[in-house]
Design a protein around this ligand. Structure first.
Ligand SMILES: Cc1cc2nc3c(=O)[nH]c(=O)nc-3n(C[C@H](O)[C@H](O)[C@H](O)COP(=O)(O)OP(=O)(O)OC[C@H]3O[C@@H](n4cnc5c(N)ncnc54)[C@H](O)[C@@H]3O)c2cc1C
Length: 455
């Protein structure tokens, strides 16, 4: 198995202060980076630490939930072994640093697929658990945590617990979506789902406005995967136009071969002005009309369907050195329609266009995590280039609107919500804090709770 982008320093035994970037590249902090190669590396790595630690994976979280300013980051990507697989049940046990890409390389040729996948396969098993990630099938499959049979949790005092829905269920619930701070996960068991083909029976449908989007959502309830791209730069008759994308795994048996390695790498830091309202509006118009017909049907490989952005490694460089800010809400049904329309109006009015705007409906399968993000309703994810005088005020307006509409923001994507916003979005945070490991923390947790380590 090959690692796409290891974060390993040259001398693996010497912790060194270095920037470990999150995907948004904002904020940027120095931390001591210690690579873990074996599960047993954890205890020696944290022995005698007083300035806090955080286990991290691929750094695909956008903000600071995978950062710890001036602390210790324990990078798990060297711990990527498969430990067991049962083809009868699809149960796969692996070390937590394995990536979903590596799991797919193993599973697809054997007729299995991930039960839930995010928009990139370059995330680790541990990272997927700690953020209880969701995918295009949330309405029928729930979150990633719904498919975790068990994992081990190691606390900094050396205590170890096997956690499952029936064994230590409170620790199971706290750690799924637990932001990496309830303890270290050395390994986990995931339930894969069977497939007979790499292909997805895809359908793309143009829509105009949120009501058409909601009608399409209602019609597609039995389709496994649904997601929409929405043009959030346009106003007037083109307001909230988009493409509704849906698909099912093909039931026609086909050759199950692993994916080729990606070849394209975004080659340079784009200048800060490359993504502006004009270029994004142009992109949106071209993207909307690239689908000439209102409805397009195709048999598509799963790679472009699930991971179109993974085709170009380091595409975040497109946003230049200052990075990007993600904003992702989930607003419950009661206010989902009006909230989404109001927020899209606010974005269009701001003149800061979002290049990637993803709209989706969350279903009502309960998330197993105490702090899991999804709520039944609508979720919208937006990327903004960082322009300090414009993006942060816009973000705060949108976060306040989300609060007024009874929604919440996603910690995995966040670099800017305030402590008061977080504590309204997640009123259970103090109950969750009882499970926090005394040594573990993140810059996100310190920012939104004011809880600084005092060891
Ligand atoms: C292009 C792109 C698309 C995305 N699409 C989606 C999407 O569709 N849905 C979605 O939900 N998310 C999405 N994400 C976010 C991403 O799935 C999550 O942020 C994920 O958690 C990142 O995993 P990672 O391995 O990079 O972990 P990191 O970002 O390095 O860490 C994430 C968290 O996991 C914790 N952690 C990692 N390993 C361990 C361990 N062994 N023990 C304990 N804690 C640990 C860390 O402390 C941290 O809190 C997307 C991100 C990108 C860049």
């Amino acid at each position: 198995m090959t690692m796409p982008e290891p974060h390993h320093p040259k001398d693996a035994n010497a912790p060194s202060p270095a920037p470990f970037e999150s995907w948004g590249r904002y904020p940027s902090y120095d931390a001591k980076i210690t690579p873990l190669h074996w599960q047993t590396d954890y205890q020696p790595a944290i022995a005698g630490l007083h300035n806090g630690a955080l286990p991290v994976g691929m750094g695909r979280s956008y903000g600071d939930s995978c950062l710890l300013k001036d602390g210790n980051l324990l990078v798990t990507t060297g711990m990527n072994r498969l430990l067991a697989f049962d083809p009868e049940t699809g149960l796969l046990t692996a070390e937590a640093g394995i990536t979903l890409a590596q799991i797919l390389d193993f599973a697809v040729p054997r007729g299995f697929f991930l039960p839930v996948t995010p928009g990139t396969k370059y995330v680790t098993l541990g990272g997927a658990i700690a953020n209880d990630i969701h995918g295009k099938n949330h309405h029928v499959a729930g979150t990633f945590g719904c498919h975790i049979a068990q994992f081990e949790l190691v606390r900094s005092d050396g205590t170890r617990r096997l956690c499952s829905p029936t064994e230590n269920p409170d620790w199971f619930a706290a750690t799924i979506g637990g932001l990496g701070i309830t303890g270290f996960i050395p390994w986990a068991t995931l339930r894969l789902r069977p497939i007979v083909s790499r292909k997805i029976e895809y359908e793309g449908i143009q829509f105009h406005g949120i009501d058409e989007f909601l009608d399409l959502t209602t019609q597609s309830q039995n389709i496994e995967y649904t997601v929409s791209w929405v043009d959030c730069a346009s106003t007037g008759k083109n307001f909230a136009r988009g493409i509704f994308m849906q698909g099912d795994h093909s039931s026609r048996p086909d050759i199950l071969k692993p994916s080729p390695a990606p070849k394209l790498v975004f080659p340079f830091e784009a200048p800060g002005y490359a993504l502006n309202h004009a270029t994004v509006s142009l992109f949106n118009t071209l993207y909307f009309h690239k689908q000439i017909h209102k409805r397009v049907v195709a048999l598509q490989d799963y790679e472009p369907f699930f991971y179109p952005l993974d085709k170009v490694l380091h595409w975040n460089r497109l946003y230049g050195k200052s990075g990007l800010l993600q904003f992702q809400y989930s607003i419950p049904w009661e206010h989902a329609r009006e909230g989404t329309i109001a927020i899209l109006h606010e974005v269009a009015k701001s003149g800061i266009a979002s290049f990637l705007a993803v709209l989706k409906v969350f279903g009502d399968i309960p998330s197993p995590g105490l702090m899991s993000f999804p709520k039944p309703g609508i979720t919208l994810a937006l990327d903004f280039p960082i322009k300090p005088d414009k993006s942060f005020p816009l973000f705060q307006r949108l976060a306040d609107m989300t609060r007024e509409f009874g929604g919440r923001l996603y910690p995995a994507k966040d670099a800017a919500m305030t402590a008061s916003q977080f504590q309204t979005f997640y009123p259970q945070w103090q109950q969750f804090a009882r499970y926090k490991d005394p040594l573990l923390t993140s810059s996100f947790w310190e920012r939104v709770t004011g809880d600084k380590l005092n060891l």
